[in-house]
Write a protein that binds this ligand. Sequence first.
Ligand SMILES: Nc1ncnc2c1ncn2[C@@H]1O[C@H](COP(=O)(O)OP(=O)(O)OP(=O)(O)O)[C@@H](O)[C@H]1O
Length: 224
Amino acid sequence: MSGQGARLELRDLYYGFAQDEPLVTLDSLDLTPGQVVVLTGPSGSGKTTLLYLLSGLLVPVGGRVSWDGTDLAILREGARDQWRRQNAGFVFQDFHLIPQLSPLENVLIPAGFSAFSTRALRTRAQMLLTRFGVPARRRAALLSRGEQQRVALARALLGDPRVIFADEPTASLDAASGQVVAQALRDLAHREGRTVIIASHDPTVIEIADLGLRLSRGRRVEPA
Ligand SMILES: Nc1ncnc2c1ncn2[C@@H]1O[C@H](COP(=O)(O)OP(=O)(O)OP(=O)(O)O)[C@@H](O)[C@H]1O
């Protein structure tokens, strides 16, 4: 439970397969707590791959992905998983909710990995759903898409992560719902000091970026 963001120092990142063009290569990226960075670029340019490298879901072939001095690239798999459980929250384009479960139950799905007591977790889950204006007990399948993404946001925040990774979080929402989600992501960084990394081509999301990183064929291109 830190409620604070994390500091990224990335150097000489390289990910790809032998004899092929790299899928992603990036010489440096520095992020400070409270920043929103938005990864943009055409389909297939490497945004999701970079998001996975930054969160330790993928391991680079070369380089350093260092969060507050912990280099995910050299951690063993178990330690990397533990870092993710303790520090990272994920939001996806398609919400990844279980439709038969209630919002409350969906938010509590990651609870098995947490150190909080069950009662404290339920209270926190309830608080997050109230914050995002979602009814706790209706079946998730009956919620609007915007509400479903807000449930997913609440679930991502259950463990009070220092870094939020979001992959096209507004791509399947209408403009108004996308705006609500973009503003929520901005607040998580600017008001709460979390580090927020988003892959998106939505202008509403690009607008909240403190730092833009534009990719083409796995490389940074200017202007950002
Ligand atoms: N496991 C893998 N094996 C081989 N190629 C891969 C793998 N994962 C991704 N790629 C390739 O890497 C490139 C970048 O993919 P990525 O999904 O990161 O792009 P993206 O910018 O997120 O695209 P989109 O906006 O369509 O989601 C693509 O050419 C993709 O086919």
